[in-house]
Design a protein around this ligand. Structure first.
Ligand code: GRF
Length: 216
């Protein structure tokens, strides 16, 4: 099955450099995704300015106004559903999602995590990788499930850690990879090549037991 111009919502909390990579690739026609709305839980997120500059609709709801996680998530979904998104891209959206939200959009939410999952879930990945003396690092695109950073993995970009490299330098190199692999994996979804079924990721009709790996 092939779909075209998949209606895509991008959720951010900050700078939005990954968002920018989607905007640039959609503009150039490299990916066939209809970026219908950029949502932020923070009104001062720079990504909102990137969206406005690109003529993409924006929405913002602050989480502090809600008594609990699920109430906030229900408000977010009520807003997002105005656009009837077929795909949600978490791009630096610094919120843990409630089970209700994950279920509401089951199989339609992608995240990118700056580590070679299942290694190094959670925060501060670059420094943890350096402190452990790892030789490889990278980033992983995965489907979102209730398990934090634990959903089926789709695509990984890997790089060799340089001797003496700082966490900031490593972060910059990982982000440059993210800007390539995230739009690519999302485009697979938009093309109908990538699906979530029975709790697994499927690409071109085949179960992805391991993610696709690109070395950079
Ligand atoms: C990225 O490094 C991504 O791996 C993580 O959050 C960061 C977002 O950066 N989930 P940006 O806002 O896209 O620049």
């Amino acid at each position: 099955m092939s779909k075209s111009s998949c209606k895509t919502a991008i959720l951010i909390s900050g700078s939005g450099s990954n968002l920018q990579s989607f905007i640039d690739r959609a503009d150039s026609g490299e990916i066939d995704l209809d970026l219908c709305v950029v949502f932020s839980n923070k009104p001062d997120a720079y990504g909102l300015i990137r969206a406005e500059n690109a003529g993409v609709a924006t929405a913002c709801i602050g989480h502090c106004d809600y008594p609990d996680r699920e109430e906030f998530d229900r408000a977010v979904a009520a807003r997002l559903d105005d656009w009837q998104p077929e795909l949600l891209i978490l791009a630096g959206f610094m919120r843990i999602l409630s089970p209700w939200f994950v279920d509401h959009y089951e199989g339609k939410v992608l995240n990118i995590h700056p580590a070679l999952l299942p290694a190094y879930p959670g925060l501060d990945t670059h420094q943890r990788v350096l402190s452990a003396g790892e030789t490889w690092h990278g980033s992983t695109v995965h489907f979102v499930t209730e398990e934090l950073d634990g959903g089926p993995r789709i695509l990984q970009g890997r790089l060799a850690v340089n001797p003496g490299e700082t966490a900031d330098a490593l972060c910059a190199r990982v982000q440059a990879i993210e800007h390539q692999i995230y739009p690519e994996a999302a485009n697979w979804f938009g093309q109908g090549r990538l699906e979530f079924n029975d709790g697994n990721a499927w690409l071109d009709g085949k179960l992805l037991e391991e993610p696709v790996v690109s070395n950079f």
